[in-house]
Every structure is written in C-alpha cells, then in structure tokens.
Design a protein around this ligand. Structure first.
Ligand SMILES: *[C@@H]1O[C@H](CO)[C@@H](O)[C@H](O)[C@H]1NC(C)=O
Ligand SMILES: *[C@@H]1O[C@H](CO)[C@@H](O)[C@H](O)[C@H]1NC(C)=O
Ligand SMILES: *[C@@H]1O[C@H](CO)[C@@H](O)[C@H](O)[C@H]1NC(C)=O
Length: 645
C-alpha cells in the first residue's frame, strides 16, 4: 500500500497514524517535559531547514488499547504544536511500520528530520536494525538521551558515516532545563565514534547552534587512508614510481589537486592505476576507474571525468573542476600548393572594379568634352596634349597605375587631372593593403565543419577513446547526426579494435592519417597541439562538458572534498593550476612570419610573360603590315620635325 511513498501521501499517513498513535504508544515514551521536545525539535528543524519530521518509536504492546493516558496526551500536544503552530509535516511511526511500509522509499521524502524520543532498549535495538539498511546520512537525526545511556553503548554496532548529521540531546547535569547537543560521526566504519558539541538549548534562548558550517567543524580525516586511482595520461596526470615500481604519487594537474586536498583533509593516499576512465555496459558491468569505484576497490578517482547522466548511476562526482567543449578535430588541410588565380583581383569585389572602369571612362570623357568645348569656342589649344578619346583613356588608366600625365594648359582639364590623381591614390592604397593581406594570410578550405559534413565526406573515419564517457555519450545520444556518426564510423573502429586508448594516440593518428577525425576535449587538443606535428582544426562543438573527479556513489567524503575544492576555487588556486598545468605553452606558438610563396606570385609572373608575349606578337604583326610604308612614315615624321624647327 505504501510502496510508493511520497510527500503527498504523508498527509494521509499522518491522519492514519494520528489514530494509531492515540492508542498505540506504551508508557514512558517521553523522557523530557513536552516543552523541551517542542522547542528543541522546532529549533533543530529550523536550523537544518527540514521539510518534515518523522518520530520513530517502538511500541511493544501495540494492539492493547492504552486509552488516553497522560503520555499520549503529551504526544498529541507535541504533534499539534509542530503541525499546527509551526506548520511542519509531522508523522509518528513505529520502527516496524517504517521498515515494512516506507522501506527504501524513505529517500522520496525531502530533507526529513528523524527523531527518537528516548533511548530505551527497544528503541536502541530497532534503531540499530534500521541503521543497517537506511542511508544514514540522508536524514537529519535527533535522539533524546536519558541520563543512564552513554554514547558508546547506544552506537555500538551502528555506523554513523562522516557526512551524517546526527544530533544527540542530553540534559545538562548542572542546569535543569538546559540541553547539551552533541553531534556524532565516524571517519570510517572501523574507526572510533567522534563527537563534537553542536550547541546548547534552553527554553528562553532557544538553540545556540555552531557558528561554523558542517565541514568547517569536521575538517579533519585524522590520517584516514583513501584509495586513489588515476590514469597514466600525461601531461594531465602521470605516476611517480619508486625502484620497486610501486606508485608513490601522482603528478600533473590532478596530482597537484590531490596533494592540496591531502594537506587540507589530513588524510593519506594509496595509489592504484586504472587502465581507462571506464564506462558501464547495459548489464551493469563497469570497466576502468568507474568499475573500480563501483566494486569498492578505490574511494576516489583523480582524473578528468566527463560528468554524464549515465555515470551518475554508478559513481558520484565532485564539484566541477572546469568546463570545456567536446568536439572532433581533424588535420588542417594543405593550402600552399594551390595557385589562386584570382589573388590579384580578389581584393576588390566585382562591383568596385566596375566602378573603377566607370570612373576611368567618365574622367576621360570629361577631358574630351572640355577640350571639345574649348575647340568650339575657337580657343586654340597651345599644347600638344592628346585629344583622342582612346588615347585619353590610356593616360587616365596610366594615372590609376600611378603614372604621370602630360600637363594641360586648360584649368578645367587640370581639375579633372587632380580628381584622377586623388582617386587613384586612395584606390591604390586600399588595393595594396588588401593585396598584402591576401598574399600573406594563409587561407585553407575546411572540407566540412560539422559532424554532418563528416558523415557525408567519403572515406573519413572517426575515433574516440574507447572505454570512456565520450564513447558512451555517442553510443547513447539521441541526436540523429551523432548516433549516425556512431553507427557508421565509430562502431566500425570498435569492431576493428582500432579505438585509441589515450588522447595522444588519437591525435597522433589524426596527423598520420589524412582522413581521420578524433573526438576530444578542447583543453586536451590545445594542450597536446604542441606535441603533435600537424595543425589540428576543430569541427563544430558536439556538446559542452563539465569535468569533475569521481568518488564512490554516496561516498561520505564527497561533502568535505567538495567543500575543499570550492575553497580552492574561491581562493583562485584552482584557476592558477589550470593556467599553469593546462595551457603552459599556449603562448609559445604565436604567430611566426609568413613568407609569400612562389605559388602566390604565379599569376603575376604569368601576366608578365603573357603581356610581353602579346606585345612582341603585336609588334611583329605591325611590322609585317606596315613593312612597305614604314620607311615613308619615318621620312614623313623627319620632315615634319624639320618643318617645326
Ligand atoms: C537553512 O536556510 C537558510 C535560509 O534559506 C540558510 O541560510 C541556511 O544555511 C540553511 N541551513 C542549512 C543547514 O542548510
Ligand atoms: C592529522 O591526523 C593525525 C592522526 O593521523 C592527528 O594526530 C593529527 O592531530 C592530525 N592533524 C591535524 C592538523 O589535525
Ligand atoms: C556483461 O557483459 C560483458 C560483456 O558483454 C561480460 O564480460 C560480463 O561478464 C557481463 N556481466 C554480467 C554481470 O553479466
């Protein structure tokens, strides 16, 4: 009936339990005055912001009607106070009912506060039973101790994990009405119970809680040994070994992080090597570091793990270390060998060329027009400047190529000359600038930039690190293109057992083979770019990813490790580490001088050769045509020159 237990059913449960409680509870459940329960529970609840309170009790003779005893009346008051006055959902439940009817669905209740009203024998035993199957750190606990019980006895055989919020309320011996609240935890199952004073409570002042947060109070693992695994994945993480080939430490980015953590947490590490990051098969077997975490071989994996939903079923992640993007990289296509025939006209668009031609014609036409006007007005031209339209066009074009023109005696024509020169200077400057950048900036044409393009391109193959989150990500993706990429390209590689096992291997293959794309992280590609001997080019982003380290699922150390990673972040240490360890040489390979290759000036050379060839041709043709009259022309000109003199 209560297999699916959630908040909404709590209210109906309360009604049910209300009636049960009235007749159910044995004598002696309450060992404090009601006002202590009311006040302390209310204050603890508001300190931890719990959304609901569940009282767990043992009721030895549950079917005997107790009637409205004094105890039950007090309980009624207590519940009425909490639910009506403080508006907190409250339920009374005996351990048996809790185990059978709520069972594993307890984790559907959000932020519950579990309260034990006393520590009598039955309560203790039932509680010890419950502690074997419940995740102790999920609820907040509050137990009222009587004066006879001591902590060690009560918690005998009960494991209170490191991240558990377990409060014990004990009456002060000196002051009546004052409660001393102690929090208890263990570093590890085999370690002793530790206790700190959490605060004190009395009716007037209420709860005086601790001034520090949970992990500021519990900031010491007292030398607890954590088993850490990492991967041989230089330069991000690599192992240091001694002569016996035992791993003594990890260096690189993650090595630095865990050293800082070790110092802060006061713990020790033993290291193991994982073969891969790991992924989980549909039947639940996991490989690599993820598998080691799942099988309790290690506590912590210090390497870069992509945070994915699939992995969450098997491990838990620390707080994110950094974010990056995941995409495929290919080798930069060759560019130098191509002769670009349009290099010398490409700097200007066709329309600009048209306007320049138009300008030349307009300017020539206006010169002709002005000269004609003067001719009509019968003003004799004193100079022998050219007057034919074609000739003038030739000179104006010359001016645009920064050649001089003969001076004219006519002022309007001079004005036109001025306009011509100014325009030519501007156009020439713009053209030179554009041409230089055209010649020096090496452009290369990407065959494609998207994964879709990769699919369509013939003969391309695509790889991803086997046994990794990328692999699982591509395998399980709902994106159409990506699942096609997986089905058509990656599956083939998997079957051929050619998937790389490290980033370096994958990127080297990108350089070695002409048509190979490799899916990796931006950070990694940037870092390893210096180590491979070709230029890598990214395709479009497949997905943004967040990188974290991993811990065992529900690891009790997750909270304290997260707290310290956040401290590292806040203090800027993490950022500094990222900058020094991840992008060391990024600045080193900055722009070198690019030289203009022979291919770039090829069009110009051709133009020169063709132009001289044509001019020789024209010269020869002229020679043949005018052969007969050549001498006469010469004599004529000689005569006219003599005449002029
Ligand atoms: C409870 O909520 C308050 C305000 O929202 C917050 O300041 C406080 O830190 C919370 N307490 C805990 C233990 O989360
Ligand atoms: C670190 O742990 C050891 C126990 O291994 C303990 O003796 C020592 O006091 C702890 N150091 C700090 C600074 O808490
Ligand atoms: C799951 O499948 C893998 C191979 O497909 C196999 O090696 C492994 O033993 C299987 N595990 C279980 C628990 O069936």
């Amino acid at each position: 009936m209560f297999r699916k237990f959630d908040i909404s059913s709590i209210s109906s449960l309360i009604v049910l339990i209300w009636t049960i409680v009235m007749f159910d509870l044995a004598w002696g459940q309450l060992i404090r005055p009601t006002y202590v329960y009311e006040g302390l529970i209310g204050d603890i609840r508001s300190y931890f912001n719990n959304t609901c309170i569940i009282f767990l009790h043992s009721s030895p003779n549950s079917y005997e009607m107790q009637g409205l005893t004094e105890d039950n009346l007090h309980l009624m008051h207590l519940q009425k106070y909490l639910s009506s006055t403080l508006h907190i959902r409250t339920a009374f439940m005996d351990f048996h009912m809790f185990t059978t009817q709520v069972g594993q669905s307890y984790n559907k209740i959000k932020r519950p506060l579990f309260v034990l009203l006393n520590t009598n024998e039955d309560t203790r035993n039932n509680f010890a039973n419950v502690s074997t199957w419940i995740m102790m750190s999920y609820p907040t606990w509050l137990v009222f101790f009587d004066n006879e019980t001591n902590l060690e006895d009560f918690f005998f055989n009960v494991y209170v994990p490191f991240d558990c919020k377990f409060m014990v309320a004990q009456s002060s011996i000196n002051e009546t009405g004052k409660e001393i609240i102690t929090e208890v935890y263990q570093i590890h199952k085999d370690k002793e119970l530790r206790s700190n004073q959490f605060g004190v409570w009395d009716a007037e002042r209420g709860l005086e809680g601790p001034s520090h947060g949970l992990y500021q109070r519990r900031n010491d693992l007292f030398g607890q040994n954590l088993r850490v695994a990492s991967l041989q994945d230089p330069p991000v993480s690599l192992f240091e070994r001694n002569e016996q080939n035992e791993i003594t430490g990890i260096s690189g980015f993650f090595g630095e992080i865990i050293l800082l953590l070790q110092e802060e947490l006061n713990c020790t590490f033993t290291y193991k090597e994982a073969g891969s990051w790991g992924m989980c098969l549909p039947n639940g077997t996991c490989t690599g570091a993820v598998g080691m975490l799942k099988n309790d071989e290690i506590d912590f994996a210090a390497s870069e793990f992509m945070m994915t939903k699939q992995r969450l079923d098997y491990v838990s992640f620390t707080t994110p270390i950094f974010s990056t993007k995941c995409r495929a990289y290919i080798k930069r296509p060759e560019s130098a060998s191509i002769i670009k025939w349009d290099t010398y006209i490409a700097p200007f668009s066709v329309n600009i060329w048209r306007i320049i031609v138009f300008f030349i014609i307009i300017l020539s036409a206006s010169i002709v027009f002005i000269q004609k006007l003067f001719a009509i007005a019968s003003i004799r031209l004193q100079d022998n400047s050219p007057s034919r339209f074609t000739e003038i066009i030739f000179f104006i074009t010359g001016a645009f190529c920064s050649q001089g023109m003969d001076q004219s005696t006519l002022d309007p024509v001079r004005m036109v000359h001025l306009v011509t020169y100014l325009t030519a200077v501007v156009i020439l400057a713009a053209y030179s600038a554009a041409l230089i950048s055209f010649l020096t900036v090496k452009t290369f044409v990407m065959p494609f930039t998207t994964m879709e393009g990769l699919l369509k391109e013939e003969g391309f193959s695509c790889g991803v690190i086997g046994n990794s989150a990328y692999y699982t990500f591509l395998q399980r993706t709902t994106d159409k293109v990506m699942s096609q990429v997986f089905d058509k390209l990656i599956r083939k590689e998997t079957i051929a057992k050619k998937l790389p096992t490290s980033y370096m291997e994958g990127l080297e293959r990108v350089c070695r083979e002409d048509k190979y794309a490799f899916v990796t992280l931006d950070n990694m590609a940037a870092l390893l770019q210096q180590k491979v001997n070709c230029k890598l080019e990214p395709l479009d982003v497949i997905t943004p990813t967040t990188i974290a380290m991993t811990l065992q699922r529900n690891s009790p150390y997750r909270g304290i490790i997260n707290a310290h990673i956040l401290l590292l972040k806040d203090s800027g240490i993490l950022q500094r580490l990222l900058e020094t360890q991840w992008s060391v040489q990024l600045g080193a390979s900055t722009t070198l001088w690019k030289s203009v290759e022979i291919g770039d000036i090829m069009p110009l050379l051709f133009l020169m050769i063709i132009a001289s060839f044509i001019s020789y041709l024209v010269y020869i043709i002229e020679r043949i045509i005018y052969k007969n009259c050549f001498k006469r022309v010469k004599i004529k000109t000689n005569k006219s020159q003599k005449l002029k003199k």
